[in-house]
Write a protein that binds this ligand. Structure first.
Ligand code: NAD
Ligand code: TYD
Length: 339
């Protein structure tokens, strides 16, 4: 089998590349990545010399390049991770989210239509369902929960999902969509909650918690997301959406306190800052369909996963230091100075 994996130099795509290239030595994995601020070739260092792995530096919106790749390789599967992925950045500048997340998706699917494909898989997010109230723990997102977005990021991901479903209905393109809850684990860019808080705690800087820290996220270790996508791409049913999550709901304050405790740091480092505009209250996934129909089961609990992730961050300071570019510093200054 030949795979095209987009966004493979990012957090989840990078972990997926490691997982798949090692698990399927007889399949070929071609990774295209634009290497934006969030893409890092060092993430692919452990697999870069494997004979079943090829890296192409390019943008998924570049139709000519994408078609050329499809002509060169007869892809069986396309797995689309490439995206602008940070909610706070989408509030600062929505346009690039529309370009990559929506137009990029349409270019990839046009190529799939033109050259033929076994399966186009769209990596989506629980954020397309909007949010749930904090006082209704009985409510969970199901695959038929209506799309109801809050941020330019989630609106762009929801638009892409609708387009993917439209290509299935109108053009009979064989597609699947996975919608996963918040991920954490190795190679996580330190602008997102967990790696940012680990980084700040390690250098005894204050930890910026938005609002009062009561917002809830449903955390899944990235390894478990990768096993889910592998299953869906190979065994999922055409045209179907699968929710991915492991019932690990935590408030932001609980997450931050766990990190501080594990690192033996004081809770006095917590700094409550101005809330994110439109901040979603609670995400919670119901993964029953994926578990019962495809037999998926997560390996990690939050407690085991967070310990391992903190250890990974302690052991990979070089990786973290290298990705902190001028662009990263500019964004951090702008985002947090406004709060
Ligand atoms: P990320 O920001 O870490 O990585 C995105 C990657 O895409 C980077 O390597 C970047 O260089 C690349 N990229 C960006 N624009 C591109 C373009 N136009 N052409 C080619 N490459 C481009 O993101 P992530 O956290 O790894 O998320 C990957 C996917 O998973 C996204 O689609 C995101 O919406 C989805 N997702 C993320 C989470 C999460 O918790 N991080 C949860 C559910 C779903
Ligand atoms: P984030 O990692 O940006 O993921 P998402 O917004 O996609 O869920 O944020 C996770 C939660 O942490 C979210 O409720 C916002 C909050 N948060 C903070 O409180 N402080 C921060 O500095 C960041 C980046 C996030």
């Amino acid at each position: 089998m030949i795979y095209l994996v987009t966004g493979g130099a990012g957090f989840i795509g990078g972990n997926f590349m490691h997982y798949m290239v090692n698990k399927y030595p007889n399949d070929l994995f071609v990774c295209i990545d634009a290497l934006t601020y969030a893409g890092n070739l060092e993430t692919l260092e452990p697999i870069k010399d494997k004979s079943n792995f090829k890296f192409v530096h390019g943008n998924i919106c570049d139709r000519k390049l994408v078609y050329k790749l499809f002509e060169e390789y007869q892809f069986d599967y396309v797995v689309n991770f490439a995206a602008e992925s940070h909610v706070d950045r989408s509030i600062e500048n929505p346009t690039i989210f529309l370009e990559t997340n929506i137009i990029g998706t349409s270019v990839l699917m046009d190529a799939c239509r033109k050259y033929g494909i076994k399966r186009y898989h769209q990596v989506s997010t629980d954020e397309v369902y909007g949010d749930l109230p904090l006082d209704r723990p009985d409510l969970l997102f199901k695959e038929d929960t209506p799309i109801h977005t809050s941020s330019p990021y989630s609106a762009s991901k929801a638009s892409a999902d609708l387009l993917v479903l439209a290509y299935h209905r109108t053009f009979k393109l064989p597609i699947t969509i996975s919608r996963c809850s918040n991920n954490y684990g190795p190679y996580h860019f330190p602008e997102k909650l967990i790696p940012l808080m680990i980084k700040k705690a390690l250098s005894n800087e204050s930890l910026p918690v938005y609002g009062n820290g009561s917002n809830v996220r449903d955390w899944l270790h990235v390894y478990d997301h990768c096993t889910a996508i592998d299953l869906i791409v190979r065994n999922g049913k055409d045209g179907e959406v699968y929710n991915v999550g492991g019932h690990n709901e935590k408030s932001n304050l609980e997450v931050v306190k766990t990190i501080l405790k594990t690192l033996n740091k004081s809770e006095s480092l917590i700094n409550y800052v101005k809330d994110r505009p439109g901040h979603d209250l609670r995400y919670a996934m119901d993964p029953t369909k994926l578990m019962t129909e495809l037999g998926w089961k997560p390996k990690y609990t939050f407690e085991t996963g967070i310990k391992e992730t903190i250890k990974w961050n302690l052991e990979h300071q070089d990786w973290i230091d290298h990705i902190i570019s001028g662009e990263y510093l500019r964004f951090m200054e702008k985002n947090y100075n406004d709060k």
